[in-house]
Design a protein around this ligand. Structure first.
Ligand SMILES: [Zn+2]
Length: 315
């Protein structure tokens, strides 16, 4: 959900504004705390001590300091969540050295507790060094996946040039690390973006694409993906969803809630992952919201743990 301040976009789009600025380890206790005591927060942003003040989330006051492994550890401990996927802040920067620093910082945070954390490389796809940075992330830093935020880049999957850039990144990622998870932030303004993404997923079956934020208000497209999965031979087994931020978009007392739940289950709880989008929301708040949705214990186990363990390749 977090986007850069490039262009005229606000820092955080409409989704996910709930809980902004929350310094979560001190969050007020909320109802619906985990009964399981296990699980993975699969969408957490980190940023280094050196670069946080100049990052969009620092400049706009969303954070008041760096986010490191210790911060994340305290955050997930407060929710009794065991593990976390750490997202590099490199995509905030178009300067290659700043981006490199954030990816190296991410690898260093993972190494603080490699059994607990998995790290995602990030980068600004239109920069000339993007492919080289991906290679460095996978081959040298050992980061397990890639995060792309196309809206923050003012990129459109209906723009042939941009589509080719993303296709090139995915193809290289597949060569470097078959099964590479690629988390793509979803703040689309139009449905056509989703269908371009579906085509990308179909063309790159060894890349696992995770669509962030439950497709937001485009969630009705989850039914279309279910249909495509049935009709395309072997197709779209590599499309997953995280419900970060969206948990607060359609709470159980909202009119679209039952509709939203139907679409999530239609897409399949074996493909859905829990995430907080911290620092947008705290892990504890997000978990409480998830647990109020009425998923069965078996579904919660998939959403909270088994899917993320597999997709993000936790050891
Ligand atoms: Zn995010």
């Amino acid at each position: 959900m977090l986007v850069s301040s490039t262009g005229s976009l606000p820092l955080v789009l409409t989704l996910g504004v709930v809980g902004l600025g929350l310094q979560a380890a001190n969050a007020t206790h909320l109802a619906g705390q985990s009964q399981s005591g296990v699980g993975i927060d699969s969408h957490m942003h980190i940023i280094s001590p050196e670069n946080w003040p100049a990052s969009p989330i620092g400049l706009q006051g969303i954070i008041d300091g760096p986010i490191d492994a210790q911060t994340i550890g305290e955050m997930v401990d407060a929710a009794r969540i065991e593990k976390a996927v750490l997202i590099s802040g490199a995509y905030f920067f178009k300067d290659s050295e700043l981006a490199r620093h954030e990816n190296e910082f991410t690898a260093a945070q993972v190494s603080a507790d490699p059994g607990r954390f998995v790290g995602l490389c990030s980068l600004s796809p239109l920069q000339s060094w993007a492919l080289a940075e991906l290679e460095y992330c996978v081959n040298t830093l050992g980061l397990e996946g890639l995060k792309l935020h196309l809206v923050a880049e003012n990129m459109s999957l209906t723009n042939p040039e941009h589509l080719a850039t993303i296709a090139g990144l995915l193809a290289r990622g597949a060569e470097l690390s078959p099964g590479l998870p690629v988390l793509i932030d979803f703040n689309w303004t139009d449905d056509a973006q989703t269908f371009s993404l579906i085509q990308l997923a179909f063309a790159n079956p060894t890349i696992n694409i995770v669509m962030a934020h439950g497709l937001g208000h485009h969630f009705s497209e989850l039914a279309a993906i279910h249909l495509f999965r049935d009709v395309l031979p072997g197709g779209l087994q590599n499309l997953y969803l995280d419900v970060s931020a969206t948990l607060f978009l359609y709470p159980p007392d909202s009119p679209p809630f039952e509709n939203y739940m139907w679409h999530l289950r239609r897409f399949g709880t074996e493909r859905i992952m829990f995430g907080s989008d911290y620092p947008v929301d705290s892990t504890r708040e997000a978990l409480a919201a998830l647990e109020e949705m009425g998923f069965t214990p078996e579904e919660l186990e998939q959403i909270l743990r088994t899917n993320a363990e597999m997709v993000y390749r936790f050891q």
